[in-house]
Design a protein around this ligand. Structure first.
Ligand SMILES: NC(=O)c1ccc[n+]([C@@H]2O[C@H](COP(=O)([O-])OP(=O)(O)OC[C@H]3O[C@@H](n4cnc5c(N)ncnc54)[C@H](O)[C@@H]3O)[C@@H](O)[C@H]2O)c1
Length: 250
């Protein structure tokens, strides 16, 4: 489904080979953007998505990137600017979970989750800020989570990283607004992806019982909101966190 027109835009998306990221890449391509997306592992999956998008007339390039490695992220943004000629938007979507109650959570599980979900976003924003400021236009959309607002037992690492992402979003929005670069955060609730596939039926039922809409989101219901934050229709919005959660957090 098409919502906004992104014809001619060059957009970078991290973690674009499955789940929410894949939906974002497919939607933005269908809406006319030239998308540069990352995959971390499973190149064959990225290649399959790319060929489907190209067959449908879209423009996409997949590059292998590890968002927790600063050089890798810098190289990705440089490749986008070199090959695409500019960078109109950056969507920081890549993320991982390594859940466990605090007594059983190792320092590595803490660090890995913070490195990927928060530090990786810092690297990407830092690399994209300069070309966006020079262009005097740009959009950054960070994919947070409602657990960054509400917390969640078993996720001190993930919820801390996602809470940090809100601070990053708001601080960067203040830094870049005068250069016409806007930074917002989309905070999904429960979305049907590989990430939530790991949960037991009991855990899912418990989540749904608390959601006023009593269902999970599909990945494209997140992608459409990301598209809005990149579109001219959101031209007076920066530093915001928009919950896309079926009414869970209100
Ligand atoms: N699924 C949900 O219910 C839900 C809810 C709230 C927020 N989110 C957030 O949405 C985003 C996407 O989640 P998803 O459900 O699609 O997850 P997913 O596990 O299906 O996909 C995550 C993506 O991130 C990529 N990735 C992970 N580590 C990486 C690294 N070091 N470098 C580069 N890429 C890496 C993976 O390759 C994959 O493409 C994440 O930031 C997640 O925290 C998801």
């Amino acid at each position: 489904m098409k919502t906004f027109d992104h014809s001619g835009k060059v957009i970078a998306v991290t973690g674009g080979s499955r789940g929410i990221g894949e939906a974002i890449v497919r939607r933005l391509c269908a809406e006319g953007a030239s998308v540069f997306a990352t995959f971390n592992s499973a190149p064959e999956r990225a290649e399959k998505i790319a060929s489907e998008i190209r067959e449908a007339g879209g423009t996409v390039t997949y590059l292998q990137v590890n968002v927790s490695d600063e050089e890798s992220v810098k190289g990705f943004i440089e490749a986008v600017v070199t090959q695409g000629g500019r960078i109109d938007a950056l969507v920081n979507n890549a993320g991982i979970t390594k859940d466990g109650l605090i007594m059983r959570m190792s320092g590595k599980d803490w660090q890995d989750v913070v490195d990927t979900n928060l530090t990786g976003v810092f690297y990407a924003c830092k690399a994209a800020a300069r070309p966006m400021m020079q262009q005097r236009t740009g959009r950054i959309v960070n994919i947070g989570s409602i657990v960054g607002l509400q917390g969640n037992a078993g996720q001190v690492n993930y919820s801390s990283a996602k809470a940090g992402l809100i601070g990053l979003t708001r601080s960067l929005a203040r830094e870049l607004a005068s250069r016409n670069v806007f930074v917002n955060c989309v905070a999904p609730g429960f979305v049907e992806t590989d990430m939530t596939e790991k949960l037991t039926e009991e855990q899912k039922a418990s989540f749904f019982s608390n959601i006023p809409m009593k269902r999970a989101a599909g990945p494209d219901e997140i992608a459409s909101v990301v598209s809005f934050f990149i579109a001219p229709e959101s031209s007076y919005i920066t530093g915001q966190v928009l919950n896309v959660d079926g009414g869970l957090a209100m």
